[in-house]
Design a protein around this ligand. Sequence first.
Ligand SMILES: [Zn+2]
Length: 546
Amino acid sequence: MRILYISFLLTLFSLSFSNAQLLTNKHTFTRQDTLRGSITPERAWWDLTYYHLDIKVEPDNKFISGKNTIHYKVLEPYNVMQIDLQPPLKLIKAIQNGEELAIKHDENAHFITLKQPQNTNTVNTLDVYYEGHPKEAIRAPWDGGISWKKDKNGKHFIASSCQGLGASVWWPCKDHMYDEVDSMLISVNIPAKLTNVSNGRLRLVERIGDTKTFHWVVKNPINNYGVNINIGDYVNFSEVYDGMAGNLDMDYYVLRDNLEKAKEHFKDAPKMMEAFEYWFGQYPFYADSFKLVEVPYLGMEHQSSVTYGNQYKKGYLGNDLSGTGWGLKFDFIIIHEAGHEWFANNITYKDVADMWIHEGFTAYSENLFLDYHYGKQAASEYVIGTRRLIKNDRPIIGEYHVNHEGSGDMYYKGSNMLHTLRQLIEDDEKWSKILRGLNTTFYHQTVTTKQIEDYISEQTGYDLTEFFNQYLRTTLIPTLEYKIEGKNLKYRWTDIVDNFDMPVQVKVNNTEKWLYPKGDWKTHTSESKIKTFEIDADFYVASKKS
Ligand SMILES: [Zn+2]
């Protein structure tokens, strides 16, 4: 998503309160959370194949109306279908084969009773019509909805953002991440003086009176929150990138007044593509092109139309999240949000509880960008620097089936976990092969944490069960407790899950060495009296001398 929840300065100030928060993170979940967050019987029987979202946006009235034509394959016969749409928007009718169907409304979920027999393996279509004033985003992209803004020239500047909250905040859909359409058409009718930019490629612009309809075609699977509309007084420039899979169209849509600035500033985009194709493998959506689209909020990883609002500054709104200086070498939003094309849009979580798959790997991609362009030392300093943002308030993985995100630590504890893993593997060729392998093995798929864990364990040849349990499912930081007695170094892990036995690199009297600590004390005997001892800072662990 949507980068960090609060500004990094606020985060630093709040570090001292993080212990208190440990006690206040118990959630209670509602029936609506379950309807939204689980694969209900009314969802499980059908598989999405295609959406045609066809809407009219009236900026002066802040009003949306239109329909979504849903194509789906019947997996097993059933006659009630759940479609999600959040009030104040209204689902006004559902039509199949020319017949209007009965709808039972339950707040955000709508249960449509189908009349036509639903035979296994047939592909059917259903039209759902809706309209209303969608929830307005106040602090996009964090709260989500539609941002109805104006640019400096008084022109409408409008954008959708909806991760977490759900796409059903602005259009009717099957609002669960496990099921993606294989392709999509997005048609948006707006006043003729404005331009709408959505995902994929622009197929056609139709002039209808004083309006225009923009038809955007997405040829690849896309998740719900990845779908977007961006409406403004846009101008466009583009380049062709010579990428791993041939020519890649890279298109940029920015406000008219920002064209010259953007042409200079967006040079980070091809640099990003070069670094990430190297580390993660080919860009996953060549057929849909890559776009950066200026929006009135900070940014979001909308698939093939990554949205940008970082004010043409380096870093995160001009700030370095790592505090090392390296964070000012790149535009955070271009690098981070585009990194999500691999981890979020290509490999997508099935359940938002596993959101670290998006944010952990993408926060990690920031240091891989530095690694590619500035070297290993820069990358290492950056990722270690971001540890100041880790709170250890609650586990990275959230609760399943209730649309619940884990801790914000999924970003920089996630990236530091992966950086630690790179040290354990101690073979960068192998590590990049694993990162690329994830992107080919789970190409255009929705996945669980377990699948990612199993793949990495299998490829490394290590059983990483406890490693992932420790970092993803607890707030404990493995602590290397040690004593120095003459030539003897005694050491053990504390604050660990059962059977945690991660090796760690240390320097004893300035000589590098691997230790293999467990929960019980072990002894290393040095050749001479131990004068200095340090743990390799690349490992995200704590230490305690006793
Ligand atoms: Zn993100």
